[in-house]
Design a protein around this ligand. Structure first.
Ligand code: NAP
Length: 746
């Protein structure tokens, strides 16, 4: 049975926050009776006129008598007085909540009044508001899309917490819980400190003798920064005194920051200034990104799920350029950071994986400008210039970052810890840790399966090894070779099958000698990298979705521009051609040591094949889309020798098999591949398990399905292909995306 509407809700204080919540109660009919207390008759009269309350009182006792729910919405420093007054009329089943901007002071006030913290008190704080105040300023949608933090104590009654949580959810807010202490520390930094700075800046400038001039010529930045100095002085006075300790800590940290800036300006230290500003800008963008609810936000809050909906039909036509190569983008940041001089990169992929690498090097003190529409300028620090990061390096979903960085970090003088998101934290890291250990590295993975977090102790002396790689992996090869830059003597790797050689090509591009003899690559430690310019070609792994799409959709004629044609990556073209695809390579050329070309692809009748095993490592990331090609082909396609697919961003063999079975395709997963019988794709709901390539593959399957395909958990597409939806739509895919609260059924 629903507990709404409540019989009686009482407000103590009916200003901006209280009256906004009262508006919600009224509009949704959540309370049969609303009463309120405020200091002035005028507020109560206005509230009555606005229809917000049934009865107003000038004392709290009368207002809250008999209420099911009491909302304290007055200044925090009045809390103790109000609680003392109303104590005698609070019934055993009454729930009290508050909206105060500090939580420690509210809980302490309750403790002084009741001697223990009452179990019916649910401290809360809506992170919404404005610099306006009073009953007239309230708005019914003030809390929509904003966070409300509840800070229940161990003794707080769970049904009381539930009631308050439901109330805020009905007001449109995202409700989260944290401890009182955490709340006060977080808010001291994110809300109280900025208000303090705004008040201080305006006051400082206003007291200068030429203040009129200063304000007359003030630019937009001043207006933006000081908007909050128009907030209610009395309220803020109370907040700073109520949250004294946490505010002082935040202020001290800030003073250290301004002292560093002052010193850098004084000394004309441009590297230090650029470093601080680029780091701050990146953090601000990351923050905006989080608020926009994309993949990073998902990992932080896990509250929203991105879903694709693809309706049948469409054909792929036109000319497009897909985003820059992920592997090359990663490596450009790594080698650019370790080089001497300034490296400029264009065509950089601004996907989350490559941005995670970029952030890791910023955290290690490298000044990196951009990315700005694919352009990045890296101020290299040389092979011995990295600094200890302030905390663990978070590399999100990116296996490439973690494995390659393992090699680099093993050779540094400082300790590091690398962590990742939920999906990366399941992936094996021992395969890189093992060879690095035999070079002398001190590196630990976690748990029996040897997964992240990865901890590395610095200060080790590395010695070159020869490593016979048991499984073909470009990431392991690159990680070992990168460690070899610092190792004594020669480091060499022999691979059982060719894997992508971007690291080797780029090392040469940075002036480092790399020797390749058959399947063996070697480098000598102790050299140096010299800054260069890099033009990142389009990623053939991203192009693969479009190659398959245009092949399977009747009437297609699509040209993909400036695609990277590194021979270790073009397996997807060879396999599709064996299946009968019509792909033409136009204008092959070189760009920064990497071969590139335009690819024209027209629809073709595909036939099932036994995929030659020697092509498997050359197309390892493209199998999700190749499974779709096989599902649309006539006859049976057999894949073997691809066990590596089971430890990618998801178990790609199983996840693709589950999805294709749902869509009516006859597919049998095997240990190292699958047997797929082409047929008619049906509509249905498939789950990508947070794997970007699975999500995009099922999206293009919509071209040949006979009903809509719904694909769940798609936010990670942003890791490799930020504007997939936009580009796919422009080409002709009937795709839309929407967000849904995680856990809801579709
Ligand atoms: P407001 O607009 O100034 O309203 C305050 C209300 O409290 C008014 O109705 C006022 O009565 C009443 N009041 C003041 N002193 C009182 C007392 N001693 N006893 C009983 N009632 C009293 O303030 P607000 O912005 O709504 O803020 C209320 C609370 O919300 C504060 O604790 C604040 O920390 C918190 N908060 C504010 C914001 C924000 O952005 N404004 C955001 C989150 C949380 P009169 O109308 O008669 O003066």
């Amino acid at each position: 049975m629903s507990r709404w509407p409540l019989r009686h809700v009482a407000f103590v204080g009916l200003g901006l926050i209280g009256s906004s919540l009262a508006r919600v109660l009224r509009e949704q009919g959540l309370a049969e009776k609303i009463t309120a207390c405020s200091r002035s008759r005028e507020t109560l009269a206005q509230a009555k006129q606005l229809g917000l309350i049934d009865i107003g009182y000038l004392n709290a006792v009368d207002a809250v008598r008999g209420a099911d729910l009491v909302v304290l919405a007055m200044p925090v420093n009045a809390t103790e007085t109000v609680l003392r007054e109303i104590k005698s009329v609070i019934a055993s089943n009454t729930v009290i909540t508050d909206v105060g901007s500090t939580k420690g002071s509210v809980v302490e006030a309750a403790l002084r009044v009741w001697s223990t913290t009452p179990k019916f008190l649910v401290p809360g704080h809506p992170i919404a508001g404005s610099e306006q105040s009073g009953v007239q300023a309230g708005k019914v949608d003030l809390f929509v899309g904003h966070k409300v933090i509840l800070t229940p104590l161990a003794e707080t009654d769970s049904s009381a917490v539930e009631l308050v949580r439901e109330l805020w959810q009905r007001a449109g807010a995202d409700v989260l819980e944290m401890t009182v202490a955490k709340h006060d520390q977080v808010l001291a930094r994110t809300s109280h400190l900025p208000h303090l700075l705004a008040f201080s800046l305006v006051d400082t400038l206003a007291s200068e003798s030429d203040n009129l001039d200063v304000f007359r010529y003030a630019a937009g930045g001043f207006r933006d920064f000081t908007r909050i100095a128009a907030s209610d002085p009395r309220m803020w006075h109370d907040i700073f005194l109520a949250n004294r300790e946490a505010v002082l800590q935040a202020l001290t940290a800030f003073e250290t920051g301004t002292a560093t800036l002052k010193q850098a300006i004084n000394a004309g230290d441009s590297a230090a200034l650029l470093g601080i500003f680029t780091r701050a800008r990146a953090a601000r963008e990351h923050f905006t990104h989080m608020l926009a609810g994309t993949a990073y936000a998902k990992s932080m809050t896990a509250s929203k799920e991105l879903i694709y909906n693809v309706t049948p039909g469409g054909r792929f036509v036109g000319r497009v350029r897909v985003p820059g190569d992920k592997s090359i983008s990663h490596r450009s940041i790594m080698l650019g950071s370790l080089a001497e001089g300034v490296t400029e990169v264009s065509g950089f992929l601004e996907g989350e994986d490559a941005l995670a690498t970029l952030q890791a090097f910023r955290d290690m003190g490298v000044v990196i400008e951009g990315p700005e529409r694919g352009f990045v300028r890296i101020h290299g620090v040389g092979l011995h210039g990295l600094k200890a990061p302030p905390g663990p390096l978070y590399v999100g979903n990116s296996g490439t970052s973690m494995r390659l960085l393992s090699g680099i970090l093993s050779a540094q003088a400082f300790d590091t810890v690398m962590t990742g998101d939920a999906s990366l934290n399941k992936r094996p890291m021992e395969r890189i840790a093992k060879p690095l250990r035999s070079m002398g590295a001190s590196i630990q993975t976690t748990g029996e399966r040897g997964t992240p977090p990865v901890s590395i102790q610095g200060g080790q002396t590395l010695t070159g090894i020869h490593y016979d790689m048991p499984i073909a992996s470009a990431q392991v090869k690159s990680g070992v070779l990168l460690a070899g830059l610092w190792a004594q003597g020669t480091t060499s790797v022999t691979e059982p099958a060719p894997t992508r050689d971007h690291s080797e090509r780029m090392l040469r591009g940075f002036g480092y000698a790399v020797d390749v003899q058959g399947n063996t690559v070697s480098i000598q430690g102790g050299g140096k990298l010299t800054a260069t310019r890099i033009d990142v070609p389009s990623d053939i792994s991203s192009a693969a979705f479009f190659l398959v799409a245009a092949s399977i959709a009747e009437g297609s004629d699509l040209t993909l521009e400036h695609v990277g044609m590194n021979p270790t990556r073009t397996g997807v073209i060879d396999i599709l051609r064996l299946m009968g695809a019509n792909i033409e390579v136009i204008n092959p050329r070189e760009s920064g040591g990497e071969p590139v070309a335009d690819l024209r692809v027209r629809s073709a009748k595909l036939t099932g094949i036994n995929i030659p095993e020697h092509l498997v490592p050359l197309a390892i990331d493209e199998f999700p889309s190749l499974f779709i090609a096989a599902a649309c082909a006539e006859g049976t396609t057999v894949l073997t020798g691809a066990e590596e697919l089971r430890v990618k961003e998801s178990d790609r063999i199983q996840v693709m098999a589950d999805g294709l079975l749902t869509l009516g395709i006859d597919i049998k997963p095997t240990e190292d591949g699958a047997v797929i019988v082409g047929g008619q794709l049906q509509g249905g709901e498939v789950i990508s398990h947070g794997d970007h390539r699975i999500a995009m593959s099922f999206a293009i399957a919509g071209l040949r399905a006979n009903a809509a395909i719904v694909i769940r958990d798609c936010a990670n597409v942003a890791t490799s292909f930020p504007d997939f939806i936009g580009l796919a739509k422009r080409c002709g895919l009937n795709i839309s995306a929407y967000e849904q609260s995680a856990g809801d059924s579709v």
